[in-house]
Design a protein around this ligand. Structure first.
Ligand code: RTP
Ligand code: MG
Length: 140
């Protein structure tokens, strides 16, 4: 399987607890390489657009408010089966259900403050990468 890319966000609960390095270390140890990274503070409009697919979900407003509650680190990750590899190391959405050794089990606070986002398909990865990065900002 050829190396490919996915998109990751280190969420505000993790940046607030100074866990950017800890999360990145777990991603790297899972075989992913950070080929683009920047720390940003999303606007409400940006977060609403990014999570547009969840607009009708009951948790949408809380999720957007959480995602703009502090800085995040947006990253492009490269590796074999990058999307699935990242989902595997992230663990289940709710840290209570996540497997031992996953980022969410080891580091997350709650189903909302769950430390990381990761694209769920190659198609969404491409869309999400383009939402935050220009091609020249990604150095493979
Ligand atoms: P993500 O998109 O962030 O990688 O996480 P995911 O696929 O595991 O979860 P998803 O269903 O796409 O939900 C997106 C984010 O919304 C928050 N959430 N809150 N309060 C709740 O019941 C609830 N459910 C989901 C989480 O921050 C989740 O990552
Ligand atoms: Mg999702």
């Amino acid at each position: 399987m050829a190396a490919n890319r996915t998109f990751s966000i280190i969420k505000p609960d993790a940046t607030r607890r100074n866990l950017t390095g800890a999360v990145t270390k777990m991603l790297e140890e899972a075989g992913l390489r950070v080929v683009a990274s920047k720390r940003i503070h999303m606007s409400r409009e940006q977060a609403e657009e990014f999570y547009g697919v969840h607009r009708e979900r009951p948790f949408f407003n809380d999720l957007v408010t959480f995602m703009i509650s502090g800085p995040v680190v947006v990253q492009v990750l490269e590796g074999e089966n990058a999307v699935q590899r990242n989902r595997d190391i992230m663990g289940a959405t709710n840290p209570a259900n996540a497997d031992a050794g996953t980022i969410r089990k080891e580091l997350a606070e709650s189903i909302e403050a769950n430390s990381v986002h990761g694209s769920d398909s190659d198609e969404n990865a491409a869309t999400e990468i383009a939402f935050f990065f220009k091609p020249e900002e990604i150095v493979g």
